[in-house]
Ligand binder design. Structure first.
Ligand code: ZN
Ligand code: FE
Length: 256
């Protein structure tokens, strides 16, 4: 099996658009639809025909282009069962434990409520790739608009069970500002300090910091590190439970 092709391009203010292409099967999926015009231009440039949209959640910078793209291409829209009523044009509802084939590539679905109550992520185990929407960001995680810290922490734990080599494609370029916050709660984390220097170089060159890897996030993302003694000490929660540490970290970030 050939590795799946992924075309990444900036959309709107700080979103990323993704086209996932299986040439042998003639299948092309857009991961979310931040901007129909930009997605159509990317399809055109590649000479790819859109066959699917895979939505992670209902926010307009993720599903706002659904109807336009469906009208123009006749593509099939896959999205979260738990939020089907808020996904424009949805054809197929999926949720935790579901799996399907995208061309010749297996896609596994995980419910990750927290940012929204119906958020899902897509994991391609044969490609070591995952599309995590607004659940996990490089050195950050999604804001809790519709979920509790306990829900989000359990969602993130599902991601933590994937292989460390998994490349994580998140939906926004928030890395540098996330990292600035991360340094305030884990100033003694050498891997984090090192990563921020690298991120500064990459951004200065105008390049994306996404995708990241699960290994790098485990080492530097405070929202995946509630067991870190340094983090616990900085936020005054030494010995507290993981969900308590996660909740306080998220609250501090909201006020940062
Ligand atoms: Zn969102
Ligand atoms: Fe978003």
């Amino acid at each position: 099996m050939k590795p799946i092709e992924i075309h990444q391009f900036p959309c709107l203010q700080d979103n990323y658009g993704y086209l996932v292409h299986d040439a042998d099967a003639g299948v092309t999926a857009a991961i979310d639809t931040p901007d129909a015009t930009a997605i159509l231009a990317a399809l055109d440039e590649r000479g790819w025909r859109l066959t699917h949209i895979l939505n992670t959640h209902h926010h307009s910078d993720h599903a706002g282009g659904n109807l336009e793209l469906k009208k123009r291409t006749g593509c099939r829209i896959v999205g979260p069962r738990a939020d089907a009523a808020r996904i424009p044009g949805i054809d197929e509802q999926v949720g935790d434990g579901d799996a399907f084939e995208l061309g010749t590539h297996r896609v596994e679905v995980f419910d990750t409520p927290g940012h929204t109550r119906g958020h899902i992520v897509y994991f391609l185990p044969g490609d070591d790739v995952a599309f995590v929407g607004d659940t996990l960001f490089a050195m950050g995680c999604g804001r809790l608009f519709e979920g509790t810290p306990a829900q989000m922490w359990s969602s993130l734990q599902k991601i933590l069970r994937w292989p460390e080599r998994t490349r994580l494609y998140c939906a926004h370029e928030y890395t540098q500002s996330n990292g600035r916050f991360a340094l305030t709660v884990e100033p003694g984390n050498g891997a984090l300090v090192e990563r921020m220097a690298e991120v500064a170089r990459v951004r200065a060159a105008g390049k994306p910091t996404v995708p990241t890897t699960l290994a790098l996030e485990k080492a530097t993302n405070p929202f995946l590190r509630p067991a870190s003694a340094g983090l616990q000490a900085t936020i005054g929660l030494t010995g507290a439970s993981e969900v308590e540490v996660f909740a306080k970290t998220r609250a501090l970030k909201d006020a940062f």
